[in-house]
Design a protein. Structure first.
Length: 307
């Protein structure tokens, strides 16, 4: 069967996304996690500012003076940009450029702006702002209004916005963070699972403290299914145990798949996977070396840099 133009476009889009993700992950490894996280958490608010300006300009066919006054306070020098007065339809585009150059100028100079943008627009708060922007654009075009919310009110409404028959993306941002923590934990324990060695006493104590009852369950499962591959089977088993124990309500409410998707697109998980590959290769060559605690392993992963 000859592929349709739609399928060709879809495959091309996936290829472009894969290239963008690969470039973003390469840049992500150039900066410690603490520094990246700080601006990653700032990104959704700047994204919301651009969307707020964009939706007002689109529905007003121009940029109101009170919006210009607001931008003059928030974005020094931008209000004097020629596009503000001569090309109002391009204001949002130029504002995003200003944000990248000024608010995130350090990331641009150090070569990891693409990573920030890639993951920043996928932050649950950014996605929530995009959903509310789409809602406002449709609503304000259908029912023109003479009054609009200021930015502080708009961004609060965006954070709490729930699309029809959907949940608010912002509501489970904390759940995504918790799920990512468990994914990171699974990366820490994976080499020990692959090595098939007896867990060191201190590691065993730490594991049982965080996952009480799991090892007994896994041992029973391995006896019942002796031919199961230890590595993939155990890791899948661990995350299933975690989901059953700590995310059962989210599964019942149909939110777990969305949480999984956002967790896999979280920059901390991407960084950890990259470090985990390096660590697995290194430790597998000397499996008798002392294994670091989870806290120490995480600290090393967060500070890991690739040149």
């Amino acid at each position: 069967m000859r592929p349709t133009s739609e399928s060709k476009f879809y495959k091309a889009e996936l290829k472009v996304q894969a290239i963008a993700r690969r470039r973003a992950n390469n840049q992500l490894m150039r900066v410690p996690w603490s520094e990246f996280r700080r601006v990653y958490e700032e990104y959704p608010r700047w994204q919301a500012l651009v969307l707020w300006v964009q939706v007002i300009v689109a529905t007003q066919d121009g940029i109101p003076s009170w919006v210009v006054a607001d931008l003059r306070k928030r974005c020094p020098g931008f209000a004097e940009h020629q596009a503000v007065s001569n090309e109002p339809q391009l204001v949002a585009l130029h504002l995003m450029e200003w944000v990248h150059n000024q608010a995130f100028g350090n990331a641009k100079r150090q070569g990891w702006l693409d990573a920030l943008v890639f993951y920043g627009i996928r932050h649950p708060y950014s996605e929530s702002a995009w959903a509310y922007w789409e809602h406002c654009e449709g609503k304000w075009r259908r029912r023109p209004s003479s009054t609009f919310p200021n930015f502080e009110k708009w961004v609060r409404l965006a954070r709490n916005y729930s699309p029809p028959r959907q949940m608010s993306l912002a509501d489970f941002a904390g759940l995504v963070e918790r799920y990512v923590e468990w994914k990171v934990f699974s990366c820490w324990v994976e080499p020990l699972t692959i090595a098939k060695i007896e867990l060191p006493k201190d590691i065993l104590t730490e594991f049982e403290r965080k996952c009480p009852g799991y090892l007994e369950m896994a041992k029973s499962d391995s006896i019942q299914h002796p031919n199961k591959k230890a590595s993939t089977g155990s890791m899948r088993s661990l995350m299933k145990w975690v989901e059953d124990r700590f995310f059962s309500d989210e599964r019942k409410e149909g939110r777990l798949d969305i949480i999984r998707r956002h967790a896999c697109m979280h920059p901390l998980y991407a960084r950890t996977l990259r470090y985990s590959e390096q660590w697995n290769n290194s430790w597998s060559q000397n499996p008798t070396d002392e294994y670091p605690s989870f806290i120490l392993w995480c600290r090393r992963a967060e500070n890991y840099i690739e040149q």
